[in-house]
Design a protein around this ligand. Structure first.
Ligand SMILES: [Mg+2]
Length: 114
């Protein structure tokens, strides 16, 4: 049986994820870089435009999954589009002046208790 990344990571995860914000701090400069990249691409620095890109990329990952099921795409296409979702979310955080490490950590505190 093949060992997946989920198997590997699950073995490392405990129920208590200590100091999630610190663990995620490396995302903060990537968020700023993603925002600057959108500047480079001349995407307007307008909240709704940059936040809407998250939905645009989410649609693309769903599209890639549909194509994968139809045999018209590879799993790598899904992976790439999912990466775009993360990057768009990081750029949206930059646009809104938020630290993604804090946003994710704060939400994890709530969501993980459900
Ligand atoms: Mg995309």
């Amino acid at each position: 049986m093949t060992t997946t990344i989920r198997d590997t990571v699950t073995a490392e995860v405990t129920d208590d994820v200590p100091d999630t914000a610190t663990t995620l701090r490396a995302l903060d400069p990537l968020s700023v870089a993603a925002g600057k990249h959108l500047d480079h691409l001349r995407v307007a620095r307008v909240d709704w435009i940059r936040v809407t890109k998250v939905a645009e990329e989410a649609g693309e990952v769903v599209g890639a999954l549909i194509k994968l099921q139809e045999g018209r795409a590879e799993f790598e296409d899904v992976r790439s589009e999912l990466g775009d979702v993360f990057l768009a979310a990081l750029a949206a955080a930059d646009q809104l002046g938020l630290r993604p490490s804090d946003v994710v950590a704060d939400r994890w505190k709530v969501v993980s208790t459900r």
